[in-house]
Ligand binder design. Structure first.
Ligand code: FAD
Length: 405
């Protein structure tokens, strides 16, 4: 065992662990980060399709599922502008894209991971990679053991281990096990922000993108709007991902029907269709929808609703046409499953938030231990909200660690 007693050992060099390490070291704490992967921030590098969507101008509790009080406290202490300024002060140029998504201007996630890691190390934090923590012993000081047989001592410990989502790039159950061993209980983790597997076969649309509105009985009043991408198994894309946290529990009771509106901009569909029919009733179905729907979607609609391809629309009035037009704005699809952990960006569930001090992220079950990031039972929608919460929780935990030194 090393003789050194660290002020803080942080388990996990991901989003919340790295920011926490930088802040603790900057605040004068003797800081050690233990990371099981061979490089820090392995999952971070994959975020935002390798571009790292690190926060969002619209950060607010409404973008999260889980404990509103905890999320509100985190966002009040570390709001969007504080987050933006933090990364700009690390020397990173940022850019805003649609729907308030913030990315590094280089278009590469290394532009976030490297400066953050450098800042942590330059502030004095030690980062040891290839070190899987297997045991945290509740003693004074805490004893932290790794699978390679190393033992470290620490006055305080931060569990910044993330979730089990995307095991191929570092996700694991390890954080849950450590938290349990220290007295915490868990809400069972579920894969969310993952694609929707459909009963219907849409594989002929694979690769096609559409701007849509998704509605379903199980969704809150606010529908999910944005892009979906058709895949071999069903649908993916931000609008689909964002309803996955609601679909996940509903699937326990069987398949879930949702409705896709392919014309979300049209406020009065009845008037819109009446006008289009008046103008284009002599056209065949394919030509009737030209300029409105993707051609492959039109073909699917024609087959699905039994429109006759070579007959003008006016000869198919009223029922077949009415039925087809209604389908364009409320196409029923049936979700039978979510894609598995290997494709789920985030885990819903995790360490129960009522066991955490809302203002500091310190464990109420085991004082001296802090729990941050996705290991907690908080998950955000797609758009930079999950990383924002990870930064916020790591930053706030560090502030408290420095204060109580
Ligand atoms: C493909 C993908 C894309 C994503 N894109 C975005 C995006 O663009 N924007 C966004 O906001 N969110 C995104 N997310 C979600 C986001 O990455 C996470 O919410 C965030 O990284 C959570 O931060 P964290 O610090 O809690 O955990 P992580 O960043 O996952 O870090 C946890 C670290 O702990 C290490 N660890 C775990 N157990 C141990 C142990 N026992 N010993 C030592 N080390 C351990 C892990 O190896 C890991 O490095 C994406 C996720 C994925 C998988």
């Amino acid at each position: 065992m090393e003789n050194t007693v660290y002020d803080v050992v942080i388990i996990g060099a991901g989003a919340s662990g790295l920011i926490c390490a930088r802040e603790c070291a900057r605040g004068g704490l003797k800081t050690l980060v233990l990371e099981k992967e061979q490089i820090p921030g392995r999952k971070l590098l994959a975020t935002g399709n390798g571009r790292c969507n690190l926060t969002n101008t619209h950060v607010s509790p409404a973008a999260y599922h889980g404990d509103v009080a905890l999320v509100s406290s985190a966002l009040t202490q570390f709001p969007y502008l504080t987050c933006r300024k933090y990364f700009e002060e690390l020397g990173i140029l940022l850019t805003e894209e649609e729907q308030g998504r913030i990315f590094p201007q280089t278009g590469k996630s290394t532009a976030i991971v490297e400066p953050l890691k450098l800042a942590a190390v330059e502030s004095g934090a030690e980062i040891l990679t290839g070190q899987t923590v297997t045991v945290v012993q509740r003693e004074t000081p805490f004893i932290v053991k790794t699978s390679s047989g190393e033992t470290f001592r620490a006055r305080r410990v931060v569990l910044a281990c993330g979730s089990c989502a995307y095991p191929q790039i570092g996700g694991s159950e390890s954080g849950y096990q450590l938290a349990r061993s220290l007295g915490h209980t868990l809400t069972a983790p579920r894969p969310v922000l993952s694609g929707l597997v459909l009963q219907e076969n849409f594989s002929r649309l694979a690769g096609i993108r559409a701007q849509v509105r998704l509605t379903a009985d199980i969704l809150p009043a606010q529908p999910s709007e944005g892009e979906i991408i058709f895949t071999g198994y069903g649908i993916n894309g931000p609008a689909a991902l964002n309803i996955s946290p609601f679909i996940a529990p509903a699937l326990d009771n069987g398949p879930v029907v949702i409705h896709v509106n392919f014309l979300p901009e049209i406020t009065d569909p009845a008037a819109f269709w009446a006008n289009r029919c008046a103008r284009f009733e002599n056209r065949r179905p394919k030509d009737f929808f030209a300029g409105l729907l993707h051609e492959s979607l039109t073909n699917l609609l024609i087959d699905f609703k039994g429109l006759r391809k070579n007959k003008p629309m006016k000869e198919q009035f009223p029922s077949a046409v009415k039925n087809a037009l209604n389908t364009v704005t409320a196409w029923p699809i049936t979700v039978k499953a979510l894609r598995p952990w290997t494709e789920a960006m985030v885990a819903a569930g995790g360490v129960k938030t009522r066991e955490i001090n809302y203002n500091t992220f310190e464990s109420l079950c085991c004082p001296g231990v802090y729990v941050t990031g996705e290991l907690l039972d908080v998950d955000g929608i797609s758009g930079g909200f999950n990383l924002h919460f990870a930064w916020a929780s790591g930053f706030i935990a560090a502030a408290q660690l420095i204060k109580e030194r």
